[in-house]
Design a protein around this ligand. Sequence first.
Ligand code: F0G
Length: 459
Amino acid sequence: MTVPSSAAETLARLRCITCSATTDSVAPDFRCAACGDLLEFFFAERASGATNSHAPALKALWLSRRTSFGKAPRNLLDQSGVWRFREMLPHISEEHAITMGEGNTPLYHLAGCARASGVENLYAKHQGMNPTASFKDTGMTFAASSAHQAGFRWVACASTGNTSASMAAYAARGGMHSLVLIPEGKISWGKLSQSLDYGALTCQLRTDFDGCVRILNELVRQKPVYLLNSVNPYRIEGQKTAAIELTEQLGWEAPDHIIVPGGNLGNSSAIGKALLEMRELGLISRLPKLSIIQAQGANPFYRCVHDFGGAKLEPMTAETLATAIRIGNPASWKKALRVLRATGGEVEQVSEVEIAEAKAEIGADGVGCEPASAVTLAGLKKLRARGFVKSGEMVVLILTGHVLKDPDFTIRFHRGELFSETPDKTKDPTKALQRAPMVLDADLRAVIAALESTEGNSI
Ligand code: F0G
């Protein structure tokens, strides 16, 4: 049994997702020179079916890397949950690799959420357990390394906060400067503080995420700055590894459903691309259904699929407390549509109250996540209610960001301030899940009284 040589890895080429034109040189905005649409990597040697027999050897190789920590010579790349799978990725020279041991994220059973959703076999793949506490690190390690390999001094992104935190960290590790464009007042302090701490030049623009993207696209055409948004196909390649690692954790069995939040739609495209490539290579024998969930106030993809049959995407002004996915004009909608159809998944939308409830339920399982990640559980409940997900099926939610990314949301929720416009506080639908902190005198009796007054206590 053989595995692909590193020469085979280099056979990745860029191709336009619409006109299929192939290219080896890319424009600064990563758009097709012929038609302006997005590019993606494809692997010519796989198309010929030449590598199908490699599946068992690849699985053994990836496992041996994961367990190689104590063995000399130690290769840092083998400890990364992204670079460990490098045979699935385009080739980047090792000397340019910037890694912080990203990936390797846990898979949790969610017992309480399983009861709440009526799906017993419910798991969360927690991508918030990455070095900068979001899934972005898996794409960023790879794309920042490609910037390094190409010799750029500056990298840049427009962001709702997580991409910028991740980019700033990886740029710093790689000795590059980073420029962050974020919508003023619309990202969480936790995320903003990360990009400051990691040394990025951080600009808060008086616009939304989509406005930041427009300005960045102009900038990269005029200045030698490398674009690190998810239109950069290296980002997508790195983010594929979450799906590879997940199926490895499940003994190379695909779950029945994978559910992801949808914002700019890079992540769903990446996970879908990985699933299709894994099946093509014989690493998995069947495809899970990949479903995408959006916030109701930021639902351009939901409307694209349900109102226009996937024929067009109408940009909108987005509004949601889940600020990470407050995106009205998602760049990767065509890629996401393709994987949605290829896997037979669904698109759902969820309300602000449904998001907040789901976030508290994930928290109550001792796991926690940021609001944008919680749309997955909220969406699952809807997919279960209409019979798309069956009770006996295995479902994996992709939790994209750590609970500490947005503590303001969590505190306002538990204090009952999140839906303060609800006129009658006792009618707040999320009340049963709230656990407001109590301010007490420093007195043992007060603490005991609090303990005894707690509903359902058995002391
Ligand atoms: N969840 C979180 C926590 C995110 O930060 C994002 C996107 C998404 C989900 C949606 O993923 O865009 O690939 O569909 N955040 C980007 C950012 C836009 O700038 O941090 P997507």
